[in-house]
Write a protein that binds this ligand. Structure first.
Ligand code: AMP
Length: 587
């Protein structure tokens, strides 16, 4: 492997790098730095956060900057405010001996006036989130006509957050003759489209195989009933006394519920979600970084940009909608040469989804049995004994109390003493797990219970007449919603797939979906205010009369299983699903 000195970077940059304690380039740095220093050819690099990618593009960008000119020569686009500030801090550190080199961060959610001032003082490198960059371009405060290099960092995240149009427009306002470097953890269709549209014969550099999870991450799953998810989470935490991880939930409501329950049950946990103010989010992230919190319960959106390198566990309390999100989640552990564990808590109907993730991401999942009470107690007990063995004794502080303690306990022999000290610490655990249930569900037992449920229904002649309520949902085809995702969203919100679903109509900006009357309010409550595709969902009972034939309400045609109907179920965008049958809400 080459050394930093061999790369030919300026001495001032090498000094800064040395001061930061970087001894040898990371694999992605070893590949990208020589390329970016010697060639103007566009570059695609597959690299996750934690691989040293900021220095991989940052060091050459700084080296190539003409500090005598105040023009903006490099634009770095990244998905979040956190990441934007992090990159700016890193680039400022790398260039601290190269004055006057100004790196300016511009991002949403902060005063635009201050950012305009900073830009007008001259910024050779601008690090921006796409929305704010576009705004500043429109106001003519961000001048890109002299830009020679554009870096798209975490391109897949930017695109999945819906910044495609912004990126298109920003790139269109940069000079034709420039170098684009794109960094992405995964190669989605959207990323490929950007590379095709804007990049010219790019060289592809990769340090990990495309679309795979980090090699040192073990992927496990537990199969349980939906209602037992929280209990399983607790068992995972109890089984791993030094756990330091993120628990990913799908909705803000679920995030605060799970974090609230964990806190109540005495765990070092807190929630991170979009309903918190920026100051609250910073505070929670600060406590997590300092390890005052062991478990951070977060939504995907809120956890973006949180850069913590030594997580032991990622827990998927629920599987994400998008397969790629799983890769992003699990890629947050097993960094910097350490090993990590990514756990998915799933129910039997999610095996297909898990298989899909495994296939597309090249990940192998191992099914694990949820630990039982005895196993957990044993683990906790040994952790306690280890703690006792290794505890630091402050002789000076404790000395004055010891004589009276010895005197008081003189009647107990060694064995009795140990028993009592351990019990004092451990009784809570023993009693909690005394009669604990087996939470594991086998695939075959679930199939059996599904079959018998269907049989029972048939025997009871249950061709239940269902009448539907029509719901308005504020996302549509522009948010890449399709019937499957809507049904998935409802199942997850209700944490069951029991609600009957009628017709689904997807329009550009919003959708309508028929839900059996009894479940309509529960769906509204479960989904309203959740975040979807970066937007806050508005879900309400539609005031409009259904445009559909009333026939479907009073006399639904034969009930059909969603899976069995799947292939025939392809409504065109903007048109209602015209088959008229209602389906059992399986997904
Ligand atoms: P990044 O992927 O850019 O977020 O970097 C992840 C972490 O690795 C950051 O804390 C960097 O400071 C650190 N880092 C980057 N390059 C090196 C290197 N060559 N040697 C040691 N640490 C590094």
């Amino acid at each position: 492997m080459i050394s930093f000195t061999e790369t030919g970077l300026q001495q001032e940059i090498l000094d800064a790098v040395h001061e930061l304690g970087f001894e040898t380039p990371t694999p992605i740095q070893a590949k990208t730095i020589p390329h970016l220093l010697s060639s103007g050819q566009d570059l695609i690099a597959f690299a996750q956060t934690g691989t040293g990618k900021t220095a991989a593009f940052g060091l050459p960008v700084i080296h190539l900057t003409d500090v005598r000119s105040k023009n903006t020569q490099t634009l770095v686009l990244c998905p979040t405010r956190e990441l934007c500030m992090q990159i700016t801090r890193d680039l400022s550190d790398f260039s601290k001996y190269l004055k006057p080199l100004n790196v300016v961060a511009v991002y949403g959610g902060a005063s635009i006036e201050n950012q305009i001032k900073a830009l007008s003082a001259g910024a050779q490198i601008v690090v921006a989130t796409p929305g704010r960059a576009k705004d500043l371009i429109l106001r003519k405060k961000l001048q890109l006509r002299n830009v020679e290099r554009v870096v798209l960092d975490e391109a897949d995240e930017m695109l999945s957050m819906g910044f495609k149009e912004d990126i298109d427009e920003i790139l269109a306002s940069t000079p034709k003759n420039k170098q684009i470097s794109l960094f992405s953890a995964t190669m989605s269709k959207e990323v490929t489209a950007i590379t095709r549209k804007f990049m010219n014969d790019p060289i592809e550099l990769s340090v990990a195989p495309k679309n795979t999870g980090a090699e040192n991450v073990e992927h496990l799953y537990y199969m349980v009933h939906s209602k037992d998810r929280y209990e399983v989470l607790k068992r995972i935490a109890d089984m791993n006394p030094s756990i330091y991880g993120i628990v990913f939930c799908r909705t803000r409501r679920e995030t605060s519920e799970v974090a609230g329950k964990l806190m109540n049950d005495g765990y070092n946990a807190d929630a991170l979600h979009g309903d918190l103010s920026q100051a609250q989010r910073d505070e929670v992230m600060g406590r997590f970084r300092q390890r005052q919190l062991q478990l951070l319960v977060a939504t995907d959106v809120a956890a973006r940009g949180l850069d913590v390198t030594d997580l032991t566990h990622i827990i998927n309390y629920n599987l994400p909608d998008e397969n790629e999100t799983y890769t992003h989640r699990s890629g947050r552990t097993g960094r910097a040469g350490k090993t990590g564990t990514s756990i998915a808590i799933i129910h039997t109907k999610e095996t297909g989804k898990l298989k899909d993730i495994a296939k597309r991401s090249g990940i192998t999942f191992k099914k694990e049995a949820v630990p039982g009470g005895k196993e957990i107690c044993q683990k906790q007990l040994y952790a306690l004994i280890d703690k006792m063995e290794n505890v630091e004794v402050d002789e000076k502080q404790i000395e004055p109390f010891l004589p009276s303690i010895y005197e008081k306990l003189a009647w107990l022999d060694r064995e009795e003493l140990i028993k009592r000290f351990v019990s004092a610490e451990f009784n809570r655990f023993l009693s909690y797990y005394k009669d604990s249930r087996d939470l594991n569900v086998s695939e075959s037992s679930r199939e059996r219970s599904d079959k018998s449920e269907r049989k029972n229904r048939k025997e009871r002649g249950q061709t239940r007449e269902v009448s539907f309520t029509r719901l308005y949902i504020s996302v549509g085809s522009k948010n890449r919603v399709n019937p499957g995702r809507l049904i998935g969203m409802i199942n997850e919100g209700l944490d069951s797939s029991d609600a009957e679903i009628g017709r689904i109509e997807i329009l550009k900006n919003f959708s309508f979906i028929e839900i059996e009357d009894q479940m309509a309010n529960a769906v509204v409550k479960a989904l309203n205010g959740n975040s979807y595709d970066g937007e806050s969902l508005l879900v309400e009972i539609s005031k409009e009369k259904p445009a559909f034939s009333p026939k479907s309400k009073s006399k639904p045609s034969k009930s059909k299983d969603f899976n069995s109907k799947k292939s025939a179920f392809k409504p065109e965008k903007g048109k209602r699903n015209g088959n008229g049958s209602r389906r059992k809400n399986r997904y």
